[in-house]
Design a binder for this molecule. Structure first.
Ligand SMILES: O=C(O)C1=C[C@@H](OP(=O)(O)O)[C@@H](O)[C@H](O)C1
Ligand SMILES: C=C(OP(=O)(O)O)C(=O)O
Length: 437
């Protein structure tokens, strides 16, 4: 059932708030907890649909997942110790859950059916299946989209693989499979992507090395036949979720908002770097270390923005933030060029097309030129449109943010998918003074 939502011009957004836990770290904490021996305790886990699907999947494979207050506990079965699931593993809307778990299933002598919702069943899986098949995974039939039946093996072969696309999901699936293979499995990335898997693997006791690659990028190597030990994980606030609240403050008059405890990994801060280049009044406060990651409070105040060029090599560090950046570009003065975004066509929807179409409907000049998105900012936005979200949470949230600054209300056709990554989005914004209903 679709749930339309409308955002109206708002001002004076204020507050000090926390957004829910980081989605990438939450998936990984559940998965490594299931592959470890003993108890993993997770505080701050993101309780969104994508993560709950991963929790159900690891439970279906025999890990014990429970919740007490706001802490989750996973009792794992050790690397290679998971059991054949009784039914299909349904990952809902989540590319990360599906792709990372393919790496896990690859290393177990089991058959598992992977499925998901309409959006996930359109997304490409060959990028993960190809390297995993080189390691020994078998895929039933010729298909490369879900639903798919996969047969893993206890006799995986280690792999050295150069990623053809900059993808932390593909890197992570191979590293997770590599835990089961004898010898060393290496992933070579020419453009560094988020490094939460390698950090957390090390934290759980795996032998892992990260070297600089000649000519740029990284080589990540994991030693197989690994043993992981359960650990305590703290999940910081998700910078991709924080971006929406910060953007709302930047484009509405008289606003001053601080988001607390935000993950500041350099592999995730491209959005903050870019808005600062655009002239945003952003302050990074109280930066410190927590559980091996840097976190900080981020303060944003109403700002006059100017258009910029965002280079292709910044894409991995802000890949999920482009739709909301495009909204800011619409309120900026001048052209914003966002380059090298082929990957955005393969997310929950074709985000380049959905963003350009929605902006045009709101009276903003926007076009997709090959893999680039170009927005002509005019300092103000008309709005007054109904936006098609194509089952994409980030498209829904981005256009609601646009509506808070536009002259006329902006309606999204379906806000229900927001729960896949950011439960409480509407309530948090309403608490800041935004008009969304
Ligand atoms: O590894 C992860 O947790 C993620 C990696 C990114 O996808 P790709 O690996 O496809 O770039 C990102 O878009 C996604 O939201 C989360
Ligand atoms: C691309 C995203 O997630 P996933 O690939 O896990 O579906 C996202 O959250 O924007």
């Amino acid at each position: 059932m679709s749930q339309p939502l409308t955002a109206r011009r708002s001002e004076g957004l204020t507050g000090r708030l926390k957004v829910p836990g980081d989605k990438s770290i939450s998936h990984r904490a559940l998965i490594l907890g299931a592959l470890a021996t003993g108890r993993t305790q997770i505080s701050g886990l993101l309780e969104a649909e994508d993560i709950l699907a991963t929790a159900r999947a690891v439970a279906a494979l025999g890990a014990d997942v429970s919740k007490d207050g706001d802490r989750y506990t996973v009792i794992g079965r050790g690397v290679g110790g998971l059991k054949q699931p009784d039914g299909p593993l349904d990952f809902g809307n989540s590319g990360t859950g599906a792709r990372l778990m393919m790496g896990v299933v690859a290393g177990h002598a089991m058959t598992a059916e992977f499925t998901g919702d309409e959006s996930l069943c359109r997304r490409p899986m060959a990028r993960v299946l190809t390297p995993l098949q080189e390691m020994g995974l078998e895929v039933e039939g010729e298909g490369t989209t879900l639903p798919l039946t996969l047969r893993g093996t206890q006799d995986l072969i280690p792999l050295r693989y150069e990623l053809p696309v900059a993808s932390a999901q593909v890197k992570s699936a191979i590293l997770l499979a590599g835990l089961h293979a004898p010898g060393r499995t290496s992933v070579i990335e020419t453009m560094p992507t988020r490094d939460h898997t390698e950090r957390m693997l090390r934290y759980f006791g795996a032998e892992i090395s990260v070297e600089d690659r000649e000519g740029g990028g990284k080589i990540v190597t994991v030693c197989g036949d690994a043993e992981l030990t359960g650990a305590s994980v703290y999940v910081p606030s998700d910078p991709s979720s924080a971006a929406f609240l910060l953007a709302a403050a930047l484009i509405t008059p008289n606003s001053d908002v601080t988001v607390e405890g935000v993950l500041m990994s350099p592999t995730r801060t491209g959005f903050l770097d870019t808005v600062q280049e655009m002239g945003a009044d952003i302050e990074i406060l109280d930066q410190h270390e927590a559980s091996g990651e840097t976190i900080a409070n981020v303060r944003a105040r109403t700002s006059s923005l100017k258009g910029v060029t965002v280079p292709a090599d910044r894409a991995p560090s802000m890949i999920d933030e482009y739709p909301v950046l495009a909204m800011l570009a619409a309120f900026a003065e001048g052209e914003t060029r966002m380059e090298g975004l082929a990957e955005l066509k393969l997310k929950e929807s074709d985000r380049l097309a959905a963003t350009a179409a929605g902006l045009s409907a709101c009276g903003v000049e926007a076009e997709v030129d090959g893999d680039n998105l170009i927005v002509q900012g005019a300092g103000a936005v008309e709005g007054g449109a109904m936006i098609t979200t194509h089952m994409d949470h980030r498209i829904a949230m981005s256009f609601l943010i646009l509506g808070l600054g536009a002259a006329e209300p902006v309606t999204v056709d379906d806000g229900s998918m927001i729960a896949t990554s950011f439960p409480g989005f509407v309530e948090l914004l309403s608490g800041m003074g935004a008009e969304i209903s």
